[in-house]
Design a protein around this ligand. Structure first.
Ligand code: URA
Length: 478
């Protein structure tokens, strides 16, 4: 006998299936198998989502139907497609999947027929669901909430288009394993306490926190680096649809920035741009404190120790690496591991005292992938570098270095706002607004990894870059 709830006979009357969840593919599959074994054709089945018709049909139910032992064919492709389609918000999805499964028994290659209307609809639904999953990963913004007794929780509000929360939850658990967090959505809220996941009912935007103390500063900063000359509204809307903006602090000001873009552009050209119009925290100590608490990108959210800059405050030269490595994270200081030791050697050879430099990184948290007991370095993305640029600009606004040395493309991006070709732009100063000179050279770990055939030449070039930097930044006293 079937686990499904049926009304009437299998011969002609409709069969109502009451689903307990919107997104449970396994449960749908159990029902679909029973229906298939009872040879109930798709046109005879009514699929009820939770809350769809109240208990109207369910209350009339109770009949059962008998199943035959038949072999059911299900391809891996169908399962993969079904797991996505089930998350769509179209109430026709359950019927569509059953129709496909039914037809699939006669035509095992059905899913390859891209001209078939059912196949096309299912693929389009799967695509929309994948897109929604991606948007949630990109646009969820956590805000810190103090829960008392020193406990902290990061809470985000998100409004998905489809039923994707459970399908996406593993991503957030893996990414933010060390944090306690909650994602509130209208249909369902999920909570992670560092070890266990739990679910509660849906929430409203008012249940989520509305901002944190640095947020105002962050918003002003975003306004200051917004380049009106580069606004491509169509591309922006495609990548970041307007419906997500309201939950992202940095986008709250985008509409007014776009509206004023043209006027701002002319004013910028006429007046020359202020180097740092934003008000940053007033001391490096305060900046370091805020960096330690920063969870604005997924690297920071892992909760590892942040590494702020370190070194001379009045030497006028700032050296920027990519991000702290394993040893730097443990020591809490930049460039103390193998790359740092190599850097020290070349500084010595170029006759530069590292004690006269302020050394920092483009990204302040260590991005890695655990591999057994080891933590393997992972490159930060352009988005992560751009997010962390707020902190580098805070260091720059306080120290006002005359010379900046960017070690590698990530560091250069953090200064220029674009990723340059290091080999094309190295070895000569680049003038920055405010009179600062930027020098770009390779990252020392590039030398550690370089093939034997180019290593000698690359080492010579690296030393030559540092000699030029010394001549420009520390001219001899006469
Ligand atoms: N590599 C970097 O870019 N920065 C460090 O601090 C260490 C290694």
């Amino acid at each position: 006998m079937s686990p499904a709830t049926a009304i009437g006979s299998p011969l002609s009357l409709p069969i109502a299936i009451d689903l307990a969840a919107h997104d449970d593919f396994e449960a749908w599959r159990d029902h679909a198998r029973s229906l298939l074994r009872a040879r109930i054709p798709p046109g005879q089945v009514i699929w009820n989502e939770p809350g769809q018709y109240g208990d109207l049909l369910a209350s009339a139910s109770g009949a059962t139907f008998s199943e035959k032992r038949i072999h059911i064919t299900v391809s891996r492709d169908f399962l993969e497609l079904g797991e996505k389609v089930i998350c769509h918000n179209d109430s026709a999805r359950f019927a569509l999947l059953y129709r496909l499964l039914w037809r699939h028994q006669q035509h095992p290659r059905l899913l390859q027929d891209v001209a078939d209307a059912d196949v096309r609809r299912a693929q389009a639904m799967a695509k929309e669901v994948r897109r929604d999953i991606h948007k949630m990963r990109a646009f969820v913004r956590f805000r810190l909430v103090e829960e008392g007794k020193g406990e902290e929780r990061y809470v985000a509000w998100f409004e998905p288009e489809h039923h994707i929360i459970r399908a996406n939850v593993r991503f957030f658990v893996d990414r933010f394993a060390n944090m306690r967090w909650s994602i509130l959505t209208p249909d369902l809220s999920i909570h992670w306490d560092g070890a266990l996941l739990s679910e509660t009912a849906g929430a409203t935007a008012r249940d989520a926190p509305q901002g944190d103390p640095v947020e105002d500063m962050w918003t002003r900063y975003y306004a200051s680096i917004f380049n009106p000359a580069r606004v491509k509204v169509g591309a922006m809307l495609k990548e970041m649809p307007r419906r997500y903006w309201k939950n992202m602090p940095e986008t709250a000001i985008v509409p007014s920035l776009i509206a004023g873009a043209r006027a701002r552009e002319s004013a910028m050209i006429a007046a020359g741009e202020d180097v740092f119009p934003t008000q940053f925290p007033e001391s490096l100590g305060k900046v370091a404190e805020e960096i330690a608490a920063c969870r604005r990108c997924s690297i920071g959210c892992k909760g590892t120790r942040a590494v702020s800059g370190d070194g001379a405050l009045d030497g006028g030269v700032m050296v920027i690496g990519e991000q702290p490595g394993d040893e730097e994270e443990k020591a809490g200081k930049p460039f103390v591991g193998p790359a740092g030791q190599l850097l020290n050697r070349y500084l010595d050879e170029a006759d530069i005292d590292r004690g006269t430099l302020y050394v920092t990184n483009a990204v302040k948290h260590f991005k890695f992938e655990p591999r057994g007991p080891r933590r393997i370095h992972q490159r930060p993305t352009a988005g992560e570098i751009d997010t962390c640029r707020f902190w580098l600009d805070a260091e720059r606004s306080i120290l006002k270095p005359r010379t900046i040395v960017a070690l590698g493309a990530s560091a250069a991006r953090a200064v220029l706002g674009r990723t340059p070709s290091v080999q094309n732009e190295r070895g000569r100063p680049i003038a920055l607004p405010g009179g600062t000179q930027l020098w770009i050279t390779v990252h020392p770990s590039f030398l550690l990894r370089a093939a034997d055939t180019i290593q000698k030449r690359e080492k010579e070039n690296f030393l030559a870059d540092w000699v030029k930097i010394r001549e420009a930044a520390f001219p001899p006293m006469v």
